[in-house]
Design a protein around this ligand. Sequence first.
Ligand SMILES: [Cu+2]
Ligand SMILES: [Zn+2]
Length: 153
Amino acid sequence: MTKKYRSCSAARAEIRGSGTYPDIRGTVTFRQMLNGVLVTAKIFGLPYENECGSGIFAFHIHNGTSCTGDAEGPFSDAGTHYNPGETSHPYHAGDLPPLFGNRGYAYMSVLTDRFTVKEIIGRVIIIHSEPDDFKTQPSGNSGDKIACGKICG
Ligand SMILES: [Cu+2]
Ligand SMILES: [Zn+2]
């Protein structure tokens, strides 16, 4: 029987850019698998400035529950990385591989067993302006929060 997973088998987030990055949009889906959660991101409208049309953007699930902010930052309410185990970056449960832009489009799919779909529903997922260096504390020197989506079940 598959019934026991039914209520939390999948979730999704609709991604929208900040006022400075209005072209960013896309979706992130979360599917509960036997060995973890399959996270799949399809993002359009990412910025690129170099002639190769590339860019690398840090990508994390954050603790916050709302894609809102203040004068300091448009998504500052997203807070810190989702980290129920109180580990350090890049071992936070919410840490994900960065997005690789291809003239503004990024596709990324990864399996992670650091969280279940159930526990991330209601939190937010953030795209940053810079690559994640997977070293600097507490957030990998990832730059500004340029896009955000609330994870809905
Ligand atoms: Cu982040
Ligand atoms: Zn982190």
